[in-house]
Ligand binder design. Structure first.
Ligand SMILES: N[C@@H](CCC(=O)N[C@@H](CS)C(=O)NCC(=O)O)C(=O)O
Length: 216
C-alpha cells in the first residue's frame, strides 16, 4: 500500500492534485469525500480544519492547500523535473508564478465570479490587482513562452492551467493565447488519465455529472 493518500472530491480543486499525482506517476490511495457531510466530520477536520478538500497525507505529514500540495509533490519526485532545482535561476520565477496564481489570480477571479464589488480603498490593501491586469500579464508572458518557465512544463503550469480550464473558462472566454496554452497542457497523458480517474470517483460518490475540472 502506498504511503500517499489524497482526500478529494471529483468536483473540486482536488482534481489539480490528482493531475499532479499522475504527472509524478505516484502510487497513492484516494479517499473521495462528500461535501457538507464527510468533510465536516471531526476525524477529517483534524486533517483539514477548514473542512475542505484537497488534503494529502504522506508518511505522517498532512498537507492542505492545493498549491502547497502540488509543490510538495514536485519536491518529493525530483526525477520528474516538474520544478526547477533549488539552485536553478528559474526557481524564483517558478515561485513567482505559483504565488501569482494562488494569491492573485484565484482571488481576483473568484471576486469577479461572485460579482464582489471592490472599491479603490479596499483594493489598496488587498494583495492583488484587478483581474484584467493579471490576465494581461499572463497572456503577454505566454505569447512569448510555451509554458510559464519557457519550454519546460512545470508544477506552476499545473496550477495555472487548472485555474484557467476550470474557473476562468466558466466565467470569461479564454483568449487565443490562453486557449492554446490550456489545450496543449490538457492533452498530456497524465491529464487524460486524471479525467478517467475522476469518472471513477464520481461513480464511487454516486454523482453522475462530469465537469472538465473543478466545480466545488
Ligand atoms: N485554498 C484551498 C481551497 C479549498 C476549497 O475551497 N475547496 C472546496 C472545493 S474546490 C471545498 O472543499 N469546499 C467545500 C466546503 O467548503 O464545504 C485550496 O487551494 O486547496
Amino acid at each position: 500500500m502506498s504511503n500517499i493518500t489524497l482526500y478529494t472530491h471529483p468536483h473540486s480543486r482536488g482534481v489539480t492534485v490528482s493531475w499532479m499525482l499522475e504527472e509524478c506517476q505516484a502510487e497513492y490511495q484516494v479517499v473521495p469525500l462528500q461535501f457538507h457531510t464527510d468533510m465536516k466530520q471531526a476525524e477529517y477536520l483534524k486533517l483539514n480544519p477548514a473542512g475542505k478538500v484537497p488534503t494529502l497525507t504522506h508518511d505522517g505529514v498532512v498537507i492542505t492547500e492545493t498549491a502547497a500540495i502540488i509543490s510538495y509533490l514536485a519536491d518529493i519526485y525530483p526525477e520528474k523535473q516538474l520544478a526547477p532545482a533549488i539552485d536553478s535561476p528559474l526557481r524564483g520565477e517558478y515561485y513567482k508564478w505559483l504565488f501569482i496564481t494562488s494569491n492573485q489570480f484565484e482571488p481576483a477571479l473568484t471576486d469577479y465570479m461572485h460579482q464582489i464589488e471592490i472599491t479603490d480603498e479596499m483594493r489598496f490593501s488587498l494583495g492583488y490587482p484587478k483581474l484584467d491586469v493579471i490576465v494581461d500579464q499572463v497572456t503577454q508572458h505566454l505569447s512569448q513562452n510555451r509554458y510559464l518557465l519557457g519550454e519546460q512544463f512545470s508544477t506552476a503550469d499545473v496550477l495555472m492551467v487548472a485555474l484557467l480550464a476550470w474557473a476562468f473558462q466558466k466565467t470569461i472566454p479564454l483568449n487565443d493565447t490562453l486557449q492554446t496554452y490550456v489545450d496543449q497542457a490538457i492533452a498530456r497523458p497524465a491529464f487524460q488519465r486524471t479525467l478517467q480517474l475522476n469518472q471513477q470517483y464520481l461513480e464511487q460518490l454516486n454523482i453522475d455529472i462530469l465537469t472538465p475540472l473543478n466545480g466545488g
